[in-house]
Design a protein around this ligand. Structure first.
Ligand SMILES: [Zn+2]
Length: 230
């Protein structure tokens, strides 16, 4: 068995699949998938400070990344597939003004500003993992339903990986600033009649029929990268 696999979250099903497959739902029962690891066989650093120590070797692109710095904890593909554009370099910053408004003592409240990510949102943490997996499974094209940050992040990573990408948007309620980011990076836009849920249904149909890599948060690998914000 591989060191990591995809497992259905439905306790009555529990089907397992290799990470070399691009899946968004359990093919057996339709529930979401989670990634599980064989921790007995994965060598992990003994303490958290070992991850922090990688700051000293940040000229290594994976050590610099705020996601891949923790790569032993999300080791679902080889390092040669891991893409990074310096995401996740966000740190906790003390905010005494807000602490005071919330009735907290100074020095007790810290905020992590995820807007400092390359595309301007926390989505980059998950997207770097999704696109690493996309490369691992040999995907050539990606898609998502999004009205904002997800599309901007997807288009940025797709561009850096030399992959095509398509954004599905519904009628109205679009963040034009974010959509323009996606278009700047070469994203193609398809507008459909309907709301976000209609877009989600459409994009899943299209991705499964045309073998396009779906990067919405149904994607269990994207959620793996998202965990590293913590
Ligand atoms: Zn299942």
């Amino acid at each position: 068995m591989s060191l990591a696999c995809q497992k259905c979250i439905n306790p009555d099903c529990g089907a397992e699949f290799e990470c070399s497959q691009a899946l968004y739902k359990c093919p057996r029962c339709g529930e979401l998938l989670d990634i599980i690891y064989d921790w007995d066989r994965i060598p992990v650093p003994k303490k958290l400070a070992d991850f922090a120590g990688r700051w000293a070797s940040r000229d290594n692109r994976l050590d610099f990344s705020g996601v891949w710095r923790f790569r032993e904890l999300l080791d679902f593909c080889g390092d040669e597939f891991k893409v990074s554009i310096g995401e996740g370099q966000t740190i906790l910053e003390q905010n005494d003004d807000l602490a005071g408004q919330l009735g907290m003592k100074p020095g007790r409240l810290f905020l992590q500003y995820e807007g400092l990510n390359p595309s301007g949102s926390f989505k980059d943490n998950g997207m770097t993992a999704a696109f690493s997996h996309a490369g691992f499974v040999g995907a050539k094209s990606s898609a998502c339903a999004s009205t904002g940050n997800t599309s901007a992040s997807m288009a940025m990573y797709a561009h850096s990986c030399g992959m095509k990408c398509t954004v599905f948007i519904g009628s109205g309620r679009i963040a034009f600033g974010k959509l323009s980011q996606a278009m700047d990076f070469g994203g193609r836009t398809i507008q459909i009649m309907g709301d976000f849920d209609d877009c989600m249904r459409q994009v899943q149909d299209v991705c499964s029929q045309l073998n396009i890599y779906l990067v919405n948060s149904l994607n269990p690998l994207r959620r793996e990268g998202q965990h590293t914000v913590m």
